[in-house]
Design a protein around this ligand. Structure first.
Ligand SMILES: Cc1cc2nc3c(=O)[nH]c(=O)nc-3n(C[C@H](O)[C@H](O)[C@H](O)COP(=O)(O)OP(=O)(O)OC[C@H]3O[C@@H](n4cnc5c(N)ncnc54)[C@H](O)[C@@H]3O)c2cc1C
Length: 370
């Protein structure tokens, strides 16, 4: 997006890409259909040490701008849920769109061209697999650390450090969480079971699906909260959001385990309901005990042992400190001509097309300033 924008403004642009195709992550995104933006994109959908930083770029390149590009290329798409837009056919459509726009803007893409080293004299000098490139401006769009088997490295962060820029500590985000040993023994044989829950940390909450895995918890609700989860702190899961979970039991002629199991199955899958009851049997059938039992259902407290790491993380939280960059142009305040865009910057979108919207918007912001 940065190259396209700069190319359209008459700049001579070289995209240096170490892989055999630029933008390959797009192909595996959104389960192969690329959730390319979100209709309800707002600054609140992004996590950063400075929550205001992303506002400017997001305001100047909106979801409607990218949708216009998608429509210009005749790409069929649909809204899946919660404003998330996906390709009808495949993510290949989005990558082809970007390649065509690059071509039309006169951008040259150099593939299999890994950058090894960057020096800064009067110009930036990049030593690469395909020779030396010199330019008055260098835009770093190297992405984060997630999915190392796709070639993710710390190159962008190393480069930032080389220029003396601060980095907000990086960590895996939009990532499954792992149970501690005890919860693993209790729940992991239920792998595959899912339920709609509300999951919270102290300041943030998401109501979406949760999935039990062989090692812990995943599903959209968990991926979302993982970005906000701090190591060694608990998360709270409401297994029956907005429901009076004991109503059926209180109104039953007799209160017993069978009635309770039926009540749980109103909102939990059968296997999970049975396990929950086994581990949280009401201490008595009095209204008071049921009240306490209801409280537990609305506040299942878990202390995750950790995340599944960068191998499974959709994105990297943290990154180049936003204090170092102009929010309007993404240029380094201390190093004129050096820009950072996309995931390498300390701006992390929630699940649902926000990370691409940030990649597009920050790219355009830089492209307009080159
Ligand atoms: C499985 C998965 C699914 C996802 N699905 C979605 C989704 O549906 N919607 C959404 O909004 N987000 C999604 N994301 C997140 C999204 O893909 C990223 O946030 C986005 O791709 C970041 O764009 P970027 O340009 O900053 O970095 P990247 O897309 O990671 O691109 C960085 C590029 O830099 C290249 N590079 C790195 N180092 C060098 C070097 N030294 N020399 C030359 N080239 C180098 C890499 O090869 C790569 O092509 C998903 C992520 C994953 C892992």
């Amino acid at each position: 997006m940065c190259a396209i924008e700069a190319g359209k403004r008459g700049r001579r642009v070289a995209v240096l890409e170490r892989a055999n195709r630029a933008g390959k992550k797009i192909l595996i995104s959104g389960g192969g259909r690329c959730n390319f933006t979100n209709l309800h994109c707002r600054p609140e959908n992004f996590h950063s040490s400075n929550p205001h930083f992303a506002k400017s770029a997001l305001a100047r390149y909106q979801p409607s701008d990218f949708i216009a590009l998608v429509e210009k290329h005749g790409i069929p798409y649909h809204e899946k849920t919660l404003g998330q837009l996906f390709c009808d056919r495949s993510a290949e459509d989005i990558l082809t769109l970007l390649e065509m726009e690059c071509r039309d803007a006169g951008v040259q893409i150099f593939l299999n061209c890994k950058i090894h080293k960057v020096q800064h004299e009067e110009v930036f000098i990049a030593a690469t697999d395909c020779g030396e490139f010199r330019a008055p401006a260098l835009v770093v769009a190297t992405g984060g650390l997630s999915i190392p088997k796709l070639g993710a490295t710390s190159f962008g962060y190393d480069l930032a450090r080389q220029f003396g820029l601060k980095i907000s500590e990086t960590r895996p985000a939009l990532v499954p969480l792992m149970f501690g040993t005890q919860d693993r023994t209790r729940y992991c044989d239920l792998a595959g079971v899912s339920a709609e829950v509300a999951v919270s940390t102290d300041h943030t909450s998401f109501r979406e699906k949760m999935l039990v895995t062989h090692r812990g918890l995943s599903g959209p609700a968990i991926l979302q909260i993982s970005t906000y989860w701090q190591k060694s702190s608990p998360i709270r899961i409401d297994l029956a959001p907005g429901r009076d979970a004991t109503l059926g039991i209180r109104e039953a002629k007799v209160r017993n385990m069978a009635v309770t199991q039926t009540a749980l199955q109103e909102f939990l899958p059968k296997r999970f309901a049975a396990r929950w009851l086994e581990l949280h049997t009401p201490s008595a059938w009095s209204n008071r005990s049921l009240e306490e039992w209801e409280r537990q259902i609305h506040e299942w407290v878990i202390e995750p042992a950790g995340t599944e790491g960068y191998e499974k993380a959709e994105v990297t939280a943290g990154g180049v400190d936003t204090d170092e960059l102009s929010s309007k142009t993404m240029e380094c305040r201390r190093v004129p001509g050096l820009f950072f865009i996309g995931e390498v910057v300390d701006v992390t979108g929630q699940l649902g097309g926000f990370n691409f919207q940030w990649a597009w918007a920050s790219g355009v912001a830089a492209g307009r300033a080159l």
